[in-house]
Design a protein. Structure first.
Lengths: 216, 89
């Protein structure tokens, strides 16, 4: 009897612990079952989502691939067009340069030729008027002004005259102040204003050389 | 026939010109027509030489002015050329 009581007394906490453990296990089992049920639902949703993605995204990717192929084709065409545009631009540039050179060079020569002929004619007839009677001042910018040869000028055909190399002698007739001018007197204003200093001729020497014979 | 016509016309024109020159020269100098005619070759040679001299000087002057003008046009073209950074027209 004592032994049985002792056994009951000793085993009472153990039984309580066993019941508690059983209750705990039952609770944990119920929780696990609930979690597994929720996990199964979630996995079902994920499977459905993956199925939808598989059925919808793949065609979209195919369409995107086709679109990119088309874009690449168009870009290739644009590249060809751009190459043509570059070629055309280069040709236009070359043509512009050729036209520019073809226009500017003759224009420059024509301007120089016109100025030279004008000055030559003016010098020719003014030199004639030097030897003869004076020319009225109202005939133009270069008329009525005697011409003096440029500095350092030595006529090749004519004999060397002292007037070309030396300043005018006091005995020689000097031109009046109104008749004294520079070789640029017959030029347009822009021509005369931009003449270099080296081209300037000292004022004076308006009368012809003593050895020269006046015309007429 | 056409050549002869041209020659006759030229001869008439030249003769008239010489006659006019002789008359005017005689009036201006008081010399007789014969003296003016006798001086005519010398006057012609002098006039030819003077014209050559004046033409040579005029050509040199014209060449100098033409070079100046060409330099000016060159400068104007260089100044008018677009530089880097200028806005495109």
């Amino acid at each position: 009897m004592t032994n049985s009581l002792l056994a009951v007394a000793v085993s009472t906490p153990s039984m309580a612990l066993r019941y508690a453990a059983a209750f705990f296990l039952v609770i944990v089992g119920i929780g696990l079952i609930y979690a597994l049920i929720r996990l199964g639902g979630t996995l079902g949703s994920a499977e459905k989502l993956l199925t939808d993605v598989d059925t919808e995204i793949v065609p979209l990717l195919k369409q995107a691939t086709e679109t990119l192929d088309g874009v690449n084709t168009e870009l290739d065409k644009v590249d060809v067009v751009m190459s043509s545009v570059v070629d055309v631009t280069e040709k236009v540039d070359q043509t512009t340069r050729v036209v520019e050179s073809a226009i500017t060079v003759p224009a420059k020569k024509a301007a120089a030729f016109g100025a030279g002929v004008s000055q030559a004619v003016s010098s020719f007839f003014n030199r004639g008027s030097d030897a003869g009677e004076p020319v009225a001042d109202d005939e133009g910018p270069s008329s009525g002004a005697s011409w003096s040869p440029p500095a350092g000028y030595a006529p090749a055909a004519a004999a060397p005259s002292p007037a070309a190399d030396e300043p005018a002698a006091p005995s020689q007739a000097t031109a009046p102040p109104s008749a004294v001018t520079t070789p640029d007197a017959g030029l347009p204003p822009d021509v005369g204003s931009a003449t270099d200093a080296s081209d300037e001729t000292p004022v004076g020497g308006a009368s012809p050389a003593p050895g020269e014979v006046s015309g007429g | 026939m056409k050549l002869w016509g041209t020659l006759v016309f030229g001869a008439v024109l030249g003769g008239a010109s010489v006659a006019y020159y002789v008359r005017e020269r005689s009036r201006a100098t008081g010399q007789s027509y014969v003296e003016v005619l006798r001086q005519l070759p010398g006057e012609a040679r002098r006039g030819y030489g003077e014209a050559r001299r004046r033409a040579q000087l005029a050509i040199d002057d014209g060449l100098r002015v033409a070079r100046v003008r060409e330099r000016q046009v060159d400068s104007a073209l260089v100044a008018a050329a677009p530089r880097d950074g200028d806005p495109a027209v």
